[in-house]
Design a binder for this molecule. Structure first.
Ligand code: 5AD
Ligand code: SF4
Length: 612
């Protein structure tokens, strides 16, 4: 049985009772299924949930009244400040007396997963899979034998959304043409597009049966049960507290040597171009204790690389009493990186990301730890010290700049200038020698002049990143830019700027990478290289991909002179060549994290003695 999430318990007292809701919205119907239960706030226009389909072509009459009438959201206070004024609320299975355990059970129905977008989405799919598996569903990798097709969506840019629309339409066509059982397969739209486009996908195009927002995955078994009775079901409520802390995600690729652990969700930054705060809601962090437990579990399972995940991973702030009692770290006030400010009041106290990372790296010295995706405002010295001082931390920082022009950064509401960003980069390089950097950039943002764009190019040339993620601006509804600015850089010009920035970025990255040729790096073998089974591929400590031939090597740990390497081994690799994206190398010996770094420190010490 699924438990009531803490968020549901916390706010339920403020909600109207089901009877009250039912009375207001369905004066003439008799349950079994009330609107509030069948699909929360946003279902109103999709179905009357009393079993009678709403006739969309007849805007008058009951259907129209229903559409125009209040929804659950109208009965909720918006005091939470969640963008869109939605209140935290997730129905729990226990709260639905008219759905039997049998209705909620998966009964070995097969789910096919398809994930679009960022690593957070992959992790969300893994959480959903864990919840569905617990409810009795099975997984299939073959869409043709699926009973449920679950699409985890991304809406950060228009292109991502268009791709998913095309996929949804093709799926519907395939199901009706090939399988001829349109009613049997349930299509579930999950994640960021769910909140934004519930109306379009359910009503206008009728492409999906269930719509589930990023904070409502626990509700999946119930929503599927509702869909099973032939109705549409929606839960896109955002939560102030949901972190899925008690759900251990089931990895979709268990053969990989690494795993991701989600530590926080949502974003409070409200950059003027970005839809994320509206689709994923307010920033909230998971208890440190549950994170450490999950990390320990993964280390015990033999995983060798763990990346902590969050929309603004280094803005992590655990204010739970349990964690304070357990870890007793002192509560420092929050300091931003020098020269950075926030759109919201500074959040005081709590266990911060540096505290968490410090605890996490101690779980196993033989496992390598990283984090993504951070915000530049949250790089205090304590964090840089943890990264530098722990050999089992990636020496890599993603530090999204978005633009090199202070004027554009102000329009973007990023809270920093070009100069403060460059100062921070210099500071990070001083604190973490040999650190590798990457960044995100947007070109063609509202009001970006050619001169602004040249400043972005010059910033890239000045910083020199190992790799980057470059985007043409795509206007998103709901954002500050959508309401207040003009998308005034023509598409053609955006693409020109994007191509040129790409060329400059790659040329600089290649220059930087060439300088590493001859170095020895610690690589974790993740599997065969994408191009050939005769080569291994893995990441070095700066997060760059390294490809090298499968040869037998000596083992520094056992003294054996010839061992075959395998997936999950740490290897010392000499870098022999590179292109813009990848290093090529030659395996030198099998090693471990501690052995490799002891050797490296000893060498540095010896070099110092020689030069003194
Ligand atoms: N258009 C283009 N790129 C965007 N990003 C976020 N919103 C938009 C948008 N509307 C980029 C930012 C962010 C990355 C995840 O996606 O660079 O860091
Ligand atoms: Fe979007 Fe800015 Fe939040 Fe990143 S920090 S998710 S770009 S609003």
């Amino acid at each position: 049985m699924l438990s009531i999430p803490r968020c549901a318990r916390a706010v339920v007292g403020r909600l109207p009772s089901r009877a009250q809701l039912f009375k207001v919205t369905h004066p003439t119907c008799t349950p079994p299924i009330s609107r509030a239960c069948c699909s929360t706030a946003s279902t109103a226009a999709a179905s009357n949930t009393c079993g009678t389909p709403v006739d969309d072509n007849a805007p008058s009459g009951f259907s129209k009244k229903l559409k125009d009438g209040p929804s659950l959201a109208d009965f909720m206070s918006s005091e939470t400040g969640v963008p869109g004024g939605e209140l935290s609320r997730l129905d729990s299975v226990e709260e639905v007396p008219y759905l039997s355990a049998e209705d909620l059970a998966g009964n070995e129905r097969k789910v096919y997963f398809e994930t679009y977008g960022c690593q957070m989405n992959v992790n969300d799919t893994e959480i959903s899979w864990a919840l569905l598996k617990k409810a009795g569903y099975l997984r299939t990798n073959n869409v043709d034998e699926a009973d449920v097709v679950l699409i985890m969506t991304c809406s950060i840019r228009d292109k991502a959304e268009r791709r998913i629309w095309t996929r949804l339409r093709n799926l519907r066509l395939d199901f009706s043409r090939i399988r001829g059982k349109l009613n049997h397969v349930k299509v579930v739209l999950m994640g960021c597009m769910a909140e934004r486009l519930k109306k379009e996908v359910l009503e206008t195009e009728r492409l999906v049966d269930v719509v589930v927002g990023p904070d409502a995955y626990r509700d999946l078994p119930r929503l599927l049960a509702v869909a099973g009775s032939g109705q549409k079901a929606v839960n896109v409520q955002l939560s102030l507290e949901e972190t899925y802390a008690d759900v251990t995600p089931i990895r979709l690729n268990p053969e990989k040597s690494g795993a991701f652990v989600s530590i926080m969700r949502g974003c409070d930054n409200m950059c003027s171009y970005c839809i994320v705060p509206f689709t994923r809601g307010r920033e909230r962090s998971r208890d440190m204790a549950t994170i450490i437990d999950e990390v320990r579990y993964l280390c015990d399972q033999g995983l060798k690389e763990i990346v902590l995940l969050g929309q603004n991973v280094n803005s992590y702030r655990d204010v739970s009493e349990e964690s304070f009692q357990k870890f007793g770290v002192k509560m420092d006030p929050t300091h931003n990186s020098a020269g950075f400010k926030t759109i919201y009041h500074n959040k005081e106290g709590g266990l911060r990301f540096a505290d968490l990372l410090h605890k996490v790296v101690q779980v196993s010295p033989e496992v390598r730890f990283g984090f993504t995706s951070p915000h530049p405002k949250d790089f205090p010295d304590e964090l840089l010290d943890v990264i530098n001082e722990n050999d089992n931390c990636f020496k890599y920082v993603h530090i999204p700049a978005q633009s090199g022009s202070t004027r554009v950064l102000e329009l973007m509401r990023r809270g920093h200038s070009r100069e403060s960003y460059l100062d921070l980069i210099q500071h990070i390089r001083k604190k973490i020698p040999r650190v590798r950097l990457s960044s995100d950039f947007i070109v063609g943002f509202c009001g970006e002049t050619y001169e602004d764009y040249l400043e972005t190019l010059s910033l890239i040339e000045e910083v020199r990143y190992d790799f980057g993620f470059l985007f043409a601006y795509s206007m998103r509804k709901k954002t500050h830019a959508y309401h207040r600015m003009q998308d005034d850089v023509p598409q053609e010009e955006k693409m020109k700027r994007l191509h040129r920035i790409n060329d400059v970025f790659n040329a600089k990255a290649l220059e930087l990478k060439n300088a590493y040729i001859g170095d020895e790096e610690l690589v974790l073998i993740d599997g065969d290289s994408a191009k050939s089974t005769e080569f291994w591929a893995g990441r070095e400590s700066g997060f760059n991909v390294v490809v090298f031939p499968k040869t037998s090597v000596p083992c520094a740990l056992t003294g054996a002179s010839n061992v075959e390497l395998k997936k999950g081994d740490f290897v010392k690799v000499k870098i022999t060549d590179c292109n813009m994206k990848t290093f090529r190398g030659a395996a030198m010996e099998r090693t471990s994290v501690t052995h490799f770094w002891q050797q490296r420190h000893q060498q540095a010490h010896n070099n110092l003695l020689v030069s003194a």
